[in-house]
Design a protein around this ligand. Sequence first.
Ligand code: ADP
Ligand code: MG
Length: 258
Amino acid sequence: PSTSASTPASRPDAAQAAGVGVATRDIHLAFGANRVLRGVDLDVEAATTACVIGPSGSGKSTLLRVVNRLLEPDQGDVLLDGRSVLADDPDALRQRVGMVFQHFNLFPHKTVRQNVTLGLVHLKGLSKDEAAERAHHHLDRVGLAHKADVRPGNLSGGQQQRVAIARALAMEPEVMLFDEATSALDPELVKGVLATMADLAAEGMTMLVVTHEMGFARSVAQQVLFMDGGQVLESGEPDRLFEAPRTERLQRFLSQVL
Ligand code: ADP
Ligand code: MG
């Protein structure tokens, strides 16, 4: 069912760009009087996955938006590959950092293929043929090359989210951010999306993942960060964090979600 002729020699990214480390230093951000981020430090080493857990309203989404430059912090720094990026052009930075949202944000009137090729043509300057070929490769990677000609509304929520992942990957990011990517899905569709994310982690992508899926955090992440009140209260290896939480607030949170 493929519509693009993909030859090995011209395959766009047979070797995926190696992930790079991402870090924040003392990030502060307030919405008016609401101090949403209050000194957030994190370090995600290249080719590792860090999961961010924590109660609703603790600042997880805001933190990801700062890392992706959708929001400017009042104070602090974001580093990619050890280098501050806050002085860089936000659009350029956003091409290095892919993001997947809870609600897939696909264009409903475009086909699956067009959803993936749009950014490649308009932001990356690829020709239509190059973009179609690259889209095919990434849709194939998430198991949806055969759905390239349908509109998102004809797909399950899990398939739509995998299209959103393919769209982000087609931009060849160095880091991937996921903000509750499975929270809007029916339970039976969650597994397939988590499996796609686990594959990506295994292939060496650097990933910062906000999730309520504690099983995923435990089995895929090298590091888990617990946020509450705009701060990282506790972080560490998943086994340690889940089995021996040091703060009362993490103990309480885990007793509610596990
Ligand atoms: P989480 O993702 O952990 O649930 P958020 O980062 O979405 O938390 O929100 C943290 C706090 O910031 C909440 O009190 C929320 O109401 C507030 N907030 C988030 N985005 C905005 C915004 N664009 N304008 C004003 N307040 C916001
Ligand atoms: Mg959120």
